[in-house]
Design a protein around this ligand. Structure first.
Ligand SMILES: [Mg+2]
Length: 306
């Protein structure tokens, strides 16, 4: 990429950038919707990009929904979307275990029903879903019965996360050759009104601390999310734009994979955050500086309607 970075995408430059790509990857929360509300104009942008022959994909670190659940939500909000265009970490983790790890065995899952469904869809049997309350004494916890067929521990968002789940994951991970996979490292889930709740990164760090080693993560900024899309749809990174609201996940993924990057200001990160990275002089932090930014993806509309 020649020229300066973190440029406001406006006027004739919008069409120029869109003409230079044939695929666009969108993060979801903070980009096309906020909570249960579509970002105004977002559905029109997505639908017009598709009408103009662009390939559009959705890449989200949120592991609480299956592809089908995302399509249902998007359809309700007015987006024209097919299941195969949606790459959430519930789906991508299942694909990762199946195709990269070639897992033979069951999964001990700290995660959601959505993750259970996506694992089952690729023929992997998960166990451990739902509440797991503590009983007995410490010696009982250390000798908790384990399923000998479990060959991997997978950690995603789990509203029933507990001490007993943490213990069980640690006992499985103490076994020789047990794989350790996390969906993502996002530490907080932002909500409307400036509120937030703890994200999967908190749960994953707890398990990593107990297990005394790090998990392989599947979600952004790991290349696997893009590789998953690219391998299924033949996407050329030189002609692909990544649109996101977070510098450390979305924009970093785009930089890691050689994509053009666009920050939208309807979510977590700000232009000041990007400029701080740019001025830092740190090579790693340059990966969190987007090529372009917009106030909202609705800023792309005039170029698409013209
Ligand atoms: Mg987001």
């Amino acid at each position: 990429m020649s020229g300066s970075k973190c440029v406001r995408l406006t006027g004739a430059l919008v069409k120029q950038v869109l003409d230079s790509v044939d695929s666009v990857l969108f993060d979801c929360d903070g980009v096309i919707w906020r909570g249960d509300q579509a970002v105004p104009g977002a559905a029109q942008v997505i639908n017009l990009l598709k009408e103009k022959g662009k390939k559009v994909f959705f890449v989200t670190n949120n592991s609480s929904k299956t592809r089908k659940m995302y399509v249902d939500k998007m359809t309700t909000l007015g987006f024209h979307v097919k299941e195969e265009e949606v790459f959430g970490t519930a789906y991508c983790s299942a694909v990762y275990l199946k195709t990269v790890c070639k897992l033979q065995g069951k999964v001990y899952l700290i995660g959601s029903n959505a993750m259970q469904q996506e694992l089952e869809a690729v023929g992997i049997q998960p166990l451990g879903m739902g509440p797991d309350h503590i009983s007995g004494k410490q010696a009982d916890w250390a000798n908790v019965p384990l399923d000998p067929e479990v060959k991997a521990v997978v950690v995603g968002f789990d509203e029933h996360f507990s001490y007993m789940k943490l213990n069980r994951a640690m006992q499985y991970l103490s076994q020789e050759g047990c794989l350790f996979v996390g969906t993502n490292r996002d530490t907080r889930l932002p909500l409307e009104g400036g509120k937030a709740v703890p994200g999967t990164g908190c749960l994953l760090q707890a398990v990593e601390t107990a297990a005394q080693h790090r998990a392989q993560t599947v979600g952004k900024p790991n290349n696997f999310m893009f590789d998953c899309v690219a391998s299924q749809f033949g996407v050329n990174p030189d002609h692909c734009l990544m649109v996101g609201d977070r510098l450390d996940t979305d924009i970093m993924l785009g930089s890691n994979c050689g994509l053009k990057t666009l920050l939208t200001l309807t979510g977590v990160s700000t232009v000041a955050d990007a400029e701080d990275h740019q001025k830092s002089g740190s090579a790693e932090r340059q990966g969190m500086v987007p090529d372009y930014y917009v106030e909202s993806i609705a800023d792309l509309l005039p170029a698409l309607q013209g």
